[in-house]
Design a protein. Sequence first.
Length: 279
Amino acid sequence: MALVEVENVCKNYPRIEGLRRVDRFVVENVSLTIEAGETVGLVGESGSGKSTVARMILGLVEPTGGTIRVAGVEVGGDRTRGLRRQMQPVFQDPAAALNPRMRVLEILTEPLVIHRREAGVDASRAGLLRAARELLVAVGLDESALGRYPHEFSGGQKQRINIARALALRPKLLILDEPVSALDVSVGAQIVNLLQRLQRELGLTYLFISHSMPLVRYLSTRIAVMERGRLVEMGEAVALCAEPREAYTRQLLEATPELALHGADGARAPDSPSHPPLR
C-alpha cells in the first residue's frame, strides 16, 4: 500500500468579479501516490500549485474536494493531529522557519514536549537533552549548538536545524518544499547529500518540491509535473527526462539545459561534489 494517496484533490478560492462570485482553482483534480521509501519530485513553475498540494497533504490547508490518505488514514479534521508524527515539513527559508527567540535546544525539543504522550517520549530534562544531542549529530552538528540562537548560524546550518526538528518525532514522510533554493550552490549540495544519507539510514519517504529539473531528476524516483494547478505528467525520473510526453515538461527541461551535462543516467548532482565538507 502506498504511504501517501492523493485522489482527485482540488483547491479553489472564491473571489468577486464585478457582481459575480467566481471560484479560482489553484489545484484541480490532482491524483498521485508516494510509495514508502521513495522520493517523488514535484516540479513546476511558480504558481503551479506545488506548495498548495504539499500543504493539503500536511493538513495545513483543507481541500475543496477529493481525498488524501497518509498511512491509510484520511487527512482532515481531528484525524490530522494523529498524523502529525507521521509527516513533517522542511520549508524553503531556513531563517523564517526558526523562532528567533528560542534557543536550539527549545526548537528541537518543542515537538517532543507537545507529542510526548503519543510518541512515548522521555520528557525529563535529561531525556530531552539526550534527544536533542542525537538529532544534532544526525544532521552533522554538535551539542555546542544547543545554547545558541538561530541568528548565530549560517544558512546551511539553519537548514540542518530545521531538518533535525523535522526528524524529532521519527516521521515516515518529509515534505521538502524548495529546501535548498535559499542557499548557495555549494551549501545546497551539502544539504542534498545530507537528505540522501538520512533517507538511506532512516528509511524516509520524501516529497521533494523544486523549480530545478536537474535537482529533481537527481534526487527522485519518480517526477510529477504540475502546470496551472493540474498534474500534466508523471513517470519514472529517468524516462520522463529522456522522453517527456508533454510540451510543458520539455519546456522545463529546456529551461535548465545543465541537466544534459551530466548524462541521461544522472550520475551526480549538478555542481555537487560527492562528499562536500560540512558547513
